[in-house]
Design a protein around this ligand. Structure first.
Ligand SMILES: Nc1ncnc2c1ncn2[C@@H]1O[C@H](COP(=O)(O)OP(=O)(O)OP(=O)(O)O)[C@@H](O)[C@H]1O
Ligand SMILES: [Mg+2]
Length: 228
């Protein structure tokens, strides 16, 4: 199908635990469509972060493959895939401490050649303000922002990259309910108005409730939840 942009094909992955191999993902397959907002639920330890690591080419599966626009990311090149086609927001913020918020956002804009040049700072401030970071905060060093504010900068940083695929591991986990709601609305808008594919791991039923499709990681496989 044409609208499939990202595909996990029979992924298997395990860890050695106490000298024994324990499989976490077991021939997991799923096809993600362009312009949809997905959430992934699952108990702690079920393998959600492991799955995102494979989906974002931070690690490689033992078996199976990850396809972007129908191409194996191995043949695209892992680094190229990470740099040009996706953005990821982690449980931990992964920001550069010695830079300000706006500089952190700009580093991701500079990766994409077309965003280079004048107007860059203005755009960075705009993106930050869309996630609730005003200019006076955007100009502060990361270490001088609260945890929730840092998380918003991390989200802005991902948005600045302007790619089709955004992955997130509990990106609203450190935010209060009201802010989390705003951010989730923003993700929804990005999916529906800008045709981005958003895949977020979450523990929150509320976040899952506002996504287009809720998936559950269970027994090493992704299954779609339908209705109530
Ligand atoms: N490097 C590792 N070596 C051995 N076992 C690991 C390693 N990393 C993760 N695991 C185990 O694999 C399982 C899945 O871990 P993972 O971090 O993917 O879970 P998760 O679904 O993201 O959990 P949470 O919701 O708590 O973040 C857990 O039981 C974890 O202890
Ligand atoms: Mg996790």
């Amino acid at each position: 199908m044409e609208s499939i942009i990202f595909e996990l094909e029979k992924l298997s992955y395990g860890y050695i635990d106490g000298g024994k191999k324990r499989m976490i993902l077991n021939e997991l397959s799923f096809q993600f469509e362009k312009g949809k907002f997905y959430t992934i639920l699952g108990p702690s330890g079920s393998g959600k972060t492991t799955l995102l690591a494979l989906a974002s080419a931070l690690d490689v599966p033992e078996k199976g493959k990850v396809l972007y626009q129908g191409k194996d990311i191995k043949s695209i090149g892992y680094t190229k895939f990470r740099r040009n086609h996706m953005a990821i927001i982690f449980q931990k913020y992964n920001l550069t401490d010695y830079l300000t918020g706006v500089e952190n956002v700009e580093t991701n804009m500079m990766i994409m050649d077309h965003k280079r040049g004048k107007g860059q700072r203005e755009t960075a401030y705009k993106i930050l303000s869309s996630v609730g970071i005003v200019q006076s905060k955007a100009d502060r060093l990361i270490t001088k922002l609260s945890g929730g504010e840092q998380q918003r900068v991390a989200i802005a940083r991902a948005l600045a990259k302007d790619v089709d695929l955004i992955l997130g591991d509990e990106p609203t986990g450190a935010l209060d309910t009201a802010t989390a709601k705003e951010i989730i609305e923003l993700f929804k808008q990005l999916a529906h108005d800008y045709d981005k594919t958003i895949i977020l791991v979450t523990h929150s039923d509320e976040v899952a409730g506002s996504s287009d499709i809720t998936l559950k990681l269970f027994d090493g496989k992704l299954v779609e939840e339908r209705g109530e």
